[in-house]
Design a protein around this ligand. Sequence first.
Ligand SMILES: [Zn+2]
Length: 187
Amino acid sequence: MDRSKCPICGLGKLTKKVSDEVFEYKGNEVVVPRYTTYVCNVCGESIVDNKSLKKSSKILKDFQRKVDGFLSGEEIKRIRRKLGLTQEEMSQILGGGKKAFARYETGEVSQSMAMDNLLRVLDYVIDRVPDVITYLRQIRRLSNPAEEIKVIYLDKVRYKYKIHKGYKSTTEEEVNFEAKQQDSLCA
Ligand SMILES: [Zn+2]
């Protein structure tokens, strides 16, 4: 970005402004230190510096979670370590995409209330029922890392189920068996 010229109006000049910016959420305030913006002297628009945007986004997400009574990124990390799991294992066992826990912990994404509750329950229960994770692993078939492919035929339609490293079974592929047979006859 050409920092000297305003990308909004194309006329003004941008001046760098660094300040401790106060943000408000549901009547609560949080300060983002050294928040950098570029202010136009003609249209008055201010453009947020990329670094500041990233930094403030993390601070604001955590702040929002705190105000709403949700676990912060640091707290989620603490619970995950207490459970003895990697970020990827957390997703495999508890749900969410592959990168979900990395994102919860950095504050890129907020967890749902259901996930928040589940994490709190596990935090409480792990001291009393230490094999709760083993139990969850079994449900998600994580004890068997072998890749398994099942093909079943239902009414001439071939369904191919792929169970990969214990991930939930899903219909990977759905092909018309008859059409496929004809293809192989023509070939
Ligand atoms: Zn401008």
